[in-house]
Design a protein around this ligand. Structure first.
Ligand SMILES: [Mn+2]
Length: 358
């Protein structure tokens, strides 16, 4: 064997030794990670990292420079930390890995996520008792249980209609009682959650508030189903983590709602990310709905996108219905009037997984 071959042989052996050592180190880090997890201690500890690096460089006799040694070890530390984070991701409470079977949410008898199609219909904003009651009547006639209506409206412009606030919630409650419906309404302020639960059956957290972590925590602290909309620029991972904020506080009754994301496309108000539906269904155990009104912003696209939503496995469809969309105080371009709502449902029912809405 030549000298070169001998050295290469030794090098191969050292590589394998290093590999064994790195993996041995990784196992120790995983063990520490488990203990930290149990005690809710943060995984990254910069003081401890600095101590380890100091100890290592103090023993460094070269030929590597201390800075090089630090760099190599920093990479090993980083990889180990990522290993802990992978374990953590596997353990998300909303994940299928944590709970393999579907979460079914019972809202006044309407079971969302049980394999049948749920509908959430109603006006963009609560404008008056008469307006909500007219829609409630139409919704009720079709055997639909879930009525939506905005009382607090986060609008793009501060000069646009901001909603009726508490009065809007009171109207919803009155209509829900009169028509035996369940109502869904958006809450924008964590301080309003406690009061809202007396009026609504489902708390909606809107797209603009998907990462309002104080609001997510407040919604997680109450015993009331939450419909969480995907943020307009949120990745699926951010969306899932927003749901994790709610479930981590004890409230696991969460409906995820895809409502379109911002892209460069201008033909629709947002771009409906339809593939998010099966991804969310695979990754989480939560029911997934599609809001066809806000994703498209176009009345002519409500039916085709709703069909797509059901075909791809959504648990429900949300759309806006107004007795007279032309005079609606918000989203007048895309709300359906009551005859359009009826034909929308006639057509969509052919694709739904339940016959009771015919
Ligand atoms: Mn709207």
């Amino acid at each position: 064997m030549s000298e070169m071959e001998q050295l290469r042989k030794q090098l191969d052996d050292v590589n394998l030794e290093l590999l064994e050592l790195i993996n041995r180190r990784a196992k120790l880090v995983q063990g520490i990670g488990k203990i930290k997890n149990k005690q809710s201690i943060k995984r990254f500890d910069p003081v401890r990292e600095r101590d380890m690096l100091n100890q290592i460089t103090a023993h460094n006799d070269g030929p590597f420079e201390n800075s090089t040694v630090e760099h190599i070890f920093k990479e090993i530390f980083k990889a180990s930390l990522e290993l802990q984070e992978d374990d953590h991701r596997k353990a998300l409470l909303v994940s299928r890995k944590k709970k393999p079977n579907d979460t079914v949410i019972d809202i006044k008898g309407e079971k969302v996520g049980d394999g049948t199609t749920s509908y959430v219909m109603g006006p963009c904003a609560v404008e008056s008792y008469e307006q909500v009651a007219q829609v409630a009547q139409a919704v009720k006639k079709r055997g639909i249980k879930l009525l939506r209506g905005g009382a607090f409206k986060p609008r793009t412009s501060p000069y646009d209609f901001q909603g009726l606030g508490l009065e809007g919630l009171q109207i919803l409650k009155r209509v829900a009682d009169e028509y035996d419906l369940a109502v869904i309404s958006e809450i924008v302020n964590p301080a309003d959650i406690e009061q809202a639960i007396d009026y609504v059956d489902v708390i909606q957290i809107g797209a603009r508030n998907m990462q309002n972590f104080e609001l997510l925590k407040a919604a997680g602290d109450v015993n009331k189903p939450v419909l969480l909309k995907r943020g307009l620029s949120a990745t699926i991972s951010e969306f899932i983590n927003a749901a994790e904020y709610i479930i981590s506080r004890g409230n696991g009754n969460i409906i995820l709602c895809e409502r379109g994301i911002r892209t460069y496309e201008k033909a629709t108000r947002n771009t409906l990310d339809i593939s998010a539906v099966p991804i969310l269904k695979q990754e989480t155990h939560l029911p997934v709905m599609v809001d066809v009104t806000h994703s498209t912003g176009r009345r002519d696209l409500l039916l085709p996108t709703a069909k797509a939503a059901l075909a791809i496995g959504a648990d429900g469809v949300m759309a806006e219905v107004h007795p007279d969309p032309a005079v609606a105080l918000s989203d007048s371009a895309q709300q359906m009037d009551i005859p359009s709502f009826n034909s929308f449902l006639d057509e969509l029912s052919k694709y739904a997984t339940i016959a009771s809405h015919s």
